[in-house]
Design a binder for this molecule. Sequence first.
Ligand code: 5GP
Length: 177
Amino acid sequence: MSRGFLLVISGPSGCGKGTICKKILERNEKLVFSVSATTRMPRRGEIDGVNYFFINEERFNKMVEKDEFLEYANVHGNLYGTPKKFVLEQIEKGEIVILEIDVQGALQVKESYPEAVFIFLLPPSMSELKNRIKKRGTETDKDIDIRLKNAFEELKFIDEYDYIVINDKIEEAVRKN
Ligand code: 5GP
């Protein structure tokens, strides 16, 4: 059986990564989603073990010590990491594993898995990005500012990616993937 591979998707908060990943997964049986661990508090409607593994900092640090993450990073003031075991098992099984992670994490994956495919998702404009985050209604004004500031920082690394997809209309962006 041939080995699977990693599909890394990054992009600013609010550009529609979550929606796109969900739709690509619905269309492809060969794709599996890697559920990350995070110290961020769950948003309304988020389910532990589905959207994220919501854990505290102590537990997160223990996982770091035990080398249980493929990559991890501090994003917008919270810790996020990709549990290694699941990803490696799925690749062995021949699956394509989607990692929806930030730029710092993507760069770490590139070090260990240069053969992974890297996609950067962009909103049509920064003002549209702000609208989308506001519309989501899950972040405070301070958090929105942090996320927008980080969006500009993340853009500096766009050259590291294999594909850039502008998420103008969600349906079209899914088809392009
Ligand atoms: P959110 O809090 O909006 O769910 O995610 C915030 C940011 O963290 C997003 O850019 C998302 O891609 C990133 N992220 C989610 N999981 C991981 C992970 O396991 N590792 C890294 N490095 N970033 C992650």
